[in-house]
Ligand binder design. Structure first.
Ligand code: URP
Ligand code: ZN
Ligand code: ZN
Length: 463
């Protein structure tokens, strides 16, 4: 017995066409016409668009930061994700200093296993690089299917690694077929600018962007690309925010370097004026790198239109305004960095990307699903609609407008940066490996049934 979705429009990164789709077990088995077998369930999806389930390759669920943890754990975060049309997330498991990668992996499995409504995989964020960790990197690739590793060039004294470590890590990654993901901001520069601001009594959230200038992002982006070229290793730039950093990436791509770049809805839809919000409200936008100028926003859209960027992730790292963000009420540098977005990504990118024609529908699918699957070793199991692929399907009804509000979203955090934003269209149904988990926009599954995804390596360019 199967399920047949009848009357929808199939949209992949390369095609868009009217056809029915048949699911059997966990997979798509056929796309075409007259697909029904006796006993099949028939679901009418007339006028709807069928997208491959969204893949968000950058989340932070249940992440401890100082004495607090992110508001969303795997249960609440993935429930919100699936209601927003995302069926796979890749979370940044994090090695804390002094820890082995094995311990960090076990720690993240304890947080996620049996609690995830989406399928999930882990990147490993490495904060304490040494030769033992280098060996463990290969083990994680081979044994755990963790094939991407994040390094921070910012957050001095907590997460930041130096260039020597980064170069060694890139070399090791090349050896073992891993992809290095990098947070690009010059952490020493940020540290000094924050020190100067505090010394002058500049303590409000408005100083957050001023102490993390575009040039610090540009310099770090340029430096890590140089290191990747020396190591002849591929590199993935996470949450790219600015025209300057995009120019650096573009120049490297034109030289043939295997460099990939991700941006996020917050950098496309919000800008530095948010830090002027009344009172302490600017703290809601304290995330790193910070929001940039209107011109940067336009450059990012143009980068998406022309294919210079590779993915749209969220960097979902949710902290409550009350109880978390207010730790920095008298000192912006103590505000925990990050913002929520896992539930709103697909709707926002459809509304503000596809509807006004800033990106095509195929690009929307490419950036929100297909490219992440390809870069992070999940394609063609995930990231497309094709016979043999997992039946992860987001049925999108392009009709029906709504207004985003924390009151109606499911993320376990007390604000959304997109309060009052209009959304065109809505998630109607979501299937995760053939099971209907969202029906008519409501959660239709009482149990978290997401499974851990052991991932393949990214093929590397020869030469
Ligand atoms: O402000 C942010 N982005 N917080 C999450 C951690 C990171 O830098 O990705
Ligand atoms: Zn980061
Ligand atoms: Zn992040």
């Amino acid at each position: 017995m199967g399920i047949v979705l009848v009357g929808g429009r199939i949209v992949t990164a390369v095609d868009s066409y009217q056809a029915d789709l048949r699911i059997e077990g966990e997979q798509i088995v056929a796309i075409g016409y007259d697909l029904e077998h006796p006993g099949d369930e028939r679901i009418l999806v007339d006028g709807c668009l069928l997208f491959p389930g969204g893949i968000d390759p950058h989340t932070h669920f249940d992440l401890p930061v100082g004495n607090i943890s992110t508001a969303d754990d795997f249960e609440s975060g993935t429930k919100a994700a699936i209601l927003g049309g995302t069926t796979t997330i890749l979370d940044y498991a994090t090695q804390f200093r002094g820890e082995t990668l094995k311990a960090a992996t076990l720690n993240w499995h304890r947080k996620a296993d049996g609690r995830s409504y989406t399928d999930y995989g882990f990147h490993m964020a490495v904060t304490d690089w040494n030769m033992q960790v280098a060996q463990e990197m290969s083990m994680l690739v081979l044994k755990e299917g963790i094939t991407s590793f994040k390094f921070y060039m910012a957050y001095k004294h907590t997460l930041q690694v130096d260039d020597e470590s980064l170069l060694q890590a890139l070399g090791q990654a090349k050896e073992c077929g891993a992809l290095v993901c990098v947070h690009c901001e010059n952490g020493d520069v940020v540290y000094e600018l924050v020190r100067q601001a505090r010394a002058k009594g500049q303590t409000t959230p408005a100083y957050h962007p001023l102490t993390r200038p575009v040039t610090a992002e540009k310099e770090a982006t340029s430096r890590v690309i140089a290191l990747a070229q020396i190591a002849q290793a591929p590199v993935y730039i996470v949450h790219l925010t600015s025209e300057d950093a995009l120019q650096v990436v573009t120049a490297a791509k034109l030289r043939g370097t295997q460099v990939y770049a991700e941006t996020c809805p917050q950098y496309l839809l919000l800008n530095e004026t948010c830090y002027q919000a009344e009172g302490f409200n600017g703290a809601k936008y304290v995330l790193s790198p910070p929001l940039r100028s209107r011109q940067d926003q336009e450059s990012l859209w143009s980068g998406l239109r022309t294919g210079l960027l590779d993915t749209i992730a969220t960097d979902h790292c949710a902290f409550n305004f009350v109880g978390h963000k207010d730790l920095g009420l008298t000192d912006f540098s103590l505000i925990p960095n990050g913002a929520p977005g896992v539930e709103t990504r697909m709707g926002l990118m459809y509304t503000y990307g596809v509807v006004p024609g800033k990106i095509s529908m195929n690009q929307f699918v490419n950036y929100t699903s297909t490219q992440a699957a390809k870069l992070f070793g999940l394609f063609p199991r995930k990231g497309t609609l094709a016979p043999g692929s997992d039946a992860d399907i987001t049925v999108w009804d392009p009709n029906g407008d709504s207004v985003l509000s924390v009151e109606t979203l499911h993320q376990a955090v007390d604000y959304t940066p997109y309060e009052g934003f209009q959304q065109n269209g809505q998630v109607k149904h979501v299937f995760l490996r053939g099971r209907q988990v969202v029906r008519e926009g409501q959660l239709h599954e009482s149990q978290p049934r997401g499974v851990y995804l052991s991932r393949k390596s990214l093929p590397q360019k020869k030469g």
